[in-house]
Design a binder for this molecule. Structure first.
Ligand code: SF4
Length: 1018
């Protein structure tokens, strides 16, 4: 038999083998036993294919006993599409592969109009390679989570001390009653229940009304990456219950960089940006703190995009990273440029300095001072590079733009020097402004005003530090820096610098801001081949069929006050006003305030709780989040404050697994796994507008309530809301666009409306046939939703579920720019940033990124507190290609990625008398430590260590022993292997009480570049 026919016979089974592991989808050891003799002489013991193609007629038929369906992957947060096949008899997933309609799985996704059966057929035979739709190894292994031997499916109540690992199973209704009503629940005295805790008429922090009501005594952390479910969760917490303390991972997962990058074009609080190269036309790219395909966006799409770009447009790229990762080492045309950890900002400043010195910037682009001039010149954006800023400290508007009205001119527009006339002019009226201005002008009253153009201010900052100092800071030679700056600017706009969340240093905000600035200097934003910001997705809560985010009688965020993590303006606080009233300087504030990045910092909320500043929480909910594992440097005081029932009365974990955080809770409410839930989520790494969607492909494994409904997060919160009569739940809880009121009693009530909102935002959805419904699994998926939707909504939701999402292929370019983007004013100087005042120093934030080596919240340099002699190495971490923070529960992931190592340069190791295989201890200046095994080679920058995250689960996911109903359940030692780095990371010695080390500007958590020592364990 020839190969083509062989593939055709096997159907998709042979066409979608993303990784070898994809072929071994067996849950238990017994099932893994290989039958002898083989089941088939051709396919041996491979699974029967999901369908067969008749070689003569071309007709395809499904394999009896199997069903196929679309879902979205949650092996990591990239949310690629999935095609799933399930054994009807056992209700078990047999195997996963990619969704051929989804860009993340298939670089050339099929048009949504292609019928599902036809789409499946195109996965076979000659067309199979072109239409190949893959998942990565981690995504394929994620099925293991459904029937994982340590999954929690029953309701648990602690049977010993909190965190002791002893549990009893209890009926769901008992847990509900106890959590809501409280009582002497553990034989340790009275515990306040939720009913008692939600006191809307009392202040959370008496005497400090800015912190809102005592309903804020409920703190919660949650998973923010699952749109339908996280929108449900936050609706309950913010709008119905009324707490402002809703924490998520962003602040310890790179928010500062995305917020900083956005400042290249928007004001603070107006969004976060995430850049990608325009892979189709990019000629040069700098990847900071990562390399393409290793972390960040979907590994599926990045691998393909990189491969195509290096072949089709001869992309050159560099990975500026403390660690050599797989892509630049695998002959992909990339180059590894080792950099000292946490020194990305001086690297970017060095490039900027060289660009200014050599005039390698795009002068015409930068000089375009208004939108009309941009249009005339064929530009998408204009910039404020030539706009003049008042630089006179005695001027009441020091640091703000000079306005025409300041000079007695008619408008309030910014002022520039006209390049043509050399005279001052209204920025809106000239074609080109002068880029470098340092002058003194007379204002309307005849008073002298010192001014500088935005670009002059930026240039002065870049030139303030010498190239040799930048080289010293980064560990990259001056010659190499020059070569990179030249390469970066030698491709016109077809070049960009981008970063991942990997470079979370104490000035990560400035790092992000500088990447935006460098892309502005060469005119790369939204340019063909430049820095791309793709199209996003439709979020159901934003749709208008049902008013999902409005709660009649509920709360707006503004009404809830400031969070315990002080994410707001210090100047509005009682502390500030009291100090002022006493004639004292209000600065420094007692504790950090996060003004530029109010992102729901879960770690800082818990730090506030540990310090009882401004108050302690009385209840803690944790849904699918693991803050104590994920947030670097969370101090032992925080852990103790979560463990001690006297400091925290009640805690509830809602999850599939006991993780490091939920294992500290009083109750565990079992939750749905990723393959048991409805989904409509953003895809990280997709260039098309769209989302991946899915429906439960197997029945939930969780226990049922008395009414026969599976217990899950939504069931639990709906029941709590009904018991407490919270607004927004129950009868007539949601308003429809046509004026009807609909109920919110069940999970399906929410999912139906959410998916309707999402689907009705989509254009040109396909007509769905009965055959589509059957082949895609949409028939089964729609059953619980049908009677909750109108006919129009039903058709739209079915269309979305029948294709596993919505993928809109808009035309890619409009002229020299990416299509679908409005022109903006790119900001060299961001005036709005200067409205914010640092709560310690009392100084306004500068309007440009500035280079100031690492310092603590009080402004002291790290060197003042951390001895370089005692802690001579710099620390960095990275994301494993295989592991995610929770993928240890995917059995096969743990099998083929069993442990991590402490990587160190071989010469550095020799200096310290260390060698590969040594058991070592990493200790930070705060005294915290973690242990691991050393590996040495040349793939780590000298003077540093690098350790992967996602390992060392000694207190979660079954890596530790637990006792349930008196029965000892042994630890699975493979899950506890490796090094968990976060507990070792240092705190801020200039803060009092429990503290985190923060990005100076935003208050997000910092971890990279900190000083550590590595010692051999005897
Ligand atoms: S990149 Fe993430 S979402 Fe995509 S297939 Fe892999 S694990 Fe799943």
């Amino acid at each position: 038999m020839d190969r083509r026919k062989f593939i055709s016979k096997l159907g998709a089974a042979a066409g979608v083998g993303a990784v070898a592991i994809a072929n071994s989808a067996h849950a238990s050891k017994k099932e893994n036993e290989i039958p002898e003799p083989p089941l088939s002489s051709v396919a041996k013991n491979a699974l029967p294919p999901e369908f067969k193609v008749d070689e003569v007629t071309g007709e395809i038929t499904q394999t009896p006993g199997q069903r196929t369906a679309f879902q979205r992957c949650f092996g990591c947060f990239d949310n690629c599409g999935l095609r799933v096949r399930v054994d009807e008899k056992t209700d078990k997933i047999l195997r996963l592969s990619g969704n051929p309609y989804c860009e993340n799985n298939n670089g050339a996704p099929l048009d949504l109009k292609v019928p599902v059966k036809e789409a499946f057929k195109r996965l076979t035979g000659d067309a199979g390679l072109a239409n190949r739709a893959t998942t990565c190894g981690r995504g394929t292994a994620a099925t293991d989570a459904v029937d994982d031997e340590r999954r929690i499916t029953q309701v648990l109540k602690r049977a010993g001390k909190r965190g002791e690992g002893k549990w009893q199973t209890i009926p769901y209704e008992q847990a509900l009653e106890e959590i809501v009503e409280g009582g002497d629940l553990f034989g340790e005295g009275k515990v306040a229940g939720l009913r008692e805790i939600r006191q809307l008429d009392k202040e959370a922090a008496p005497g400090q009304p800015e912190f809102g009501s005592a309903a804020n005594h409920l703190c919660t952390t949650y998973l923010s990456e699952h749109a339908p479910r996280s929108d449900f969760y936050t609706r309950f917490m913010y709008s119905s219950w009324g707490t402002r303390n809703v924490g998520k991972k962003s602040a310890y997962c790179g928010a500062q960089q995305r917020l900083g990058l956005a400042l290249a074009a928007v004001d603070p609080l107006q969004g976060a940006w995430h850049a990608h190269p325009d892979w189709k036309e990019a000629e040069y790219a700098i990847f900071l703190g990562t390399s393409p395909g290793n972390s960040g966006n979907s590994l599926n799409s990045l691998g393909r995009q990189l491969a195509d770009a290096r072949v089709d447009n001869k992309l050159k790229y560099i990975s500026v990273d403390p660690l050599l990762r797989t892509t630049p080492s695998a002959n992909t045309g990339g180059e590894w440029v080792p950099i000292k950890p946490g020194r990305d900002t001086p690297f970017l400043f060095a490039l900027m300095r060289l660009i200014f010195e050599n005039h390698w910037y795009n002068a015409s682009h930068l000089a375009t001072p208004n939108a009309s001039a941009a249009k005339l010149k064929g530009e998408l954006h204009h910039t404020n590079a030539s706009h003049l800023v008042i630089m006179d400290p005695s001027h009441p508007r020091h640091g703000k733009f000079l306005r025409c009205s300041d000079l007695g001119m008619a408008t309030n527009n910014p002022v520039v020097f006209d390049n043509k006339t050399g005279k001052v002019a209204d920025a809106e009226t000239v074609r080109d402004g002068e880029l470098f201005v340092d002058a003194e002008l007379e204002d309307g009253s005849g008073k002298k005003v010192k001014v500088q153009s935005s670009l002059s201010i930026m240039r002065a900052e870049a030139m303030r530090t010498s190239l040799s100092d930048y080289a010293e800071a980064t560990g990259i030679s001056e010659a190499k820096l020059k070569q990179i700056a030249k390469d970066f600017t030698s491709h016109g706009r077809r070049s960009c610098v981008m970063l991942s969340t990997a470079s979370n240093s104490a000035d990560g905000f400035v790092t992000g801001w500088m990447t935006g600035m460098l892309n502005t200097l060469i005119g790369s934003h939204h340019a063909k081949g430049g820095a791309a910001y793709w199209h996003g997705f439709h979020r159901g809560s934003k749709g208008d069929r049902y008013e999902l985010s409005k709660v009649e009688g509920g709360f707006s965020k503004k009404q809830l006050g400031i969070s315990a993590s002080r994410e707001g303006k210090y100047e509005l606080s009682t502390e500030y006003k009291t100090k002022l009233a006493k004639g004292q300087s209000p600065y420094p504030a007692k504790s950090p305030w996060m003004q530029i990045a109010p992102v729901g910092h879960a770690g800082e909320m818990l730090t506030s709780h540990a310090n009882s500043d401004p108050y302690r929480f009385r209840a803690f909910f944790c849904w699918r989040n693991n803050v104590t594992y994920g947030n670097s440097g969370l101090s032992q005081k925080v852990i103790e404050s979560l463990k001690d029932p006297k400091l925290l009365g009640l805690s509830v974990g809602i999850d599939c697994h006991l993780n490091e955080t939920t294992s500290l809770c009083d109750y565990i409410i079992p939750d749905l796994s990723a393959h048991e839930e409805y989904a409509a989520d953003r895809m990280w790494g997709a260039e098309m507008k769209g989302f991946s969607a899915g429906a439960p492909v197997v029945n939930p494994r969780t226990v049922k309530d008395k009414q026969g409904r599976h217990v899950c997060m939504e069931r639990f919160l709906i029941d709590v809301a009904l018991m407490l009569k919270l607004p927004g739940f129950g009868k007539n809880a949601i308003k429809a666009k046509d004026g009807r009121m609909v109920d919110l009693f069940t999970l399906e009530d929410w999912n139906a409306r959410y998916l309707a909102n999402t689907a009705m935002l989509c254009q040109n959805l396909p007509q769905v046939t009965k055959e589509d419904m059957r082949w895609s699994g949409a028939e089964r998926a729609m059953q619980p939703l049908n009677d909750k939707l109108t006919a129009t909504e039903r058709a739209a939701v079915a269309a979305v579920l029948s294709r596993g999402g919505y993928y809109e292929n808009v035309s890619r370019y409009s002229g020299d720019f990416l299509s679908g983007h409005k022109g903006r004013c790119l900001r060299i100087y961001n005036e709005a940033v200067t409205d914010y005042i640092h709560a310690y120093s009392g100084q306004p934030y500068p309007g440009i990124p500035t280079y100031r080596p690492n310092h603590f919240w009080n402004g002291d340099s790290w060197e003042q507190h951390w001895s370089q002699k005692e802690f001579p190495l710099l620390f960095s971490s990275y994301k494993s290609v295989i592991r995610s923070p929770y993928s240890v529960a995917f059995k096969r992931t743990a099998e083929f990625s069993p442990t991590n190592y402490v990587y160190m340069n071989v010469h550095t190791a020799q200096e310290f008398g260390l060698k590969s295989g040594d058991k070592v201890r990493i200790t930070s200046p705060s005294g915290q430590h973690t242990d691991g095994e050393l590996q040495t080679d040349d793939g780590v920058v000298k003077g540093a260590i690098s350790v992967s995250t996602g390992f060392g689960h000694t207190r979660g996911f079954g890596g530790d022993e637990r006792i349930i109903d008196g029965k000892v359940i042994q630890a699975i030692k493979e899950r506890a292997t490796g090094t968990s780095v976060n507990p070792m990371l240092p705190t801020d010695p200039t803060r009092s009480g429990a503290s985190l080390l923060l990005d100076y500007w935003t208050g997000c958590t910092a971890r990279h570049g900190v000083s550590v020592k590595v010692t051999k364990l005897s």
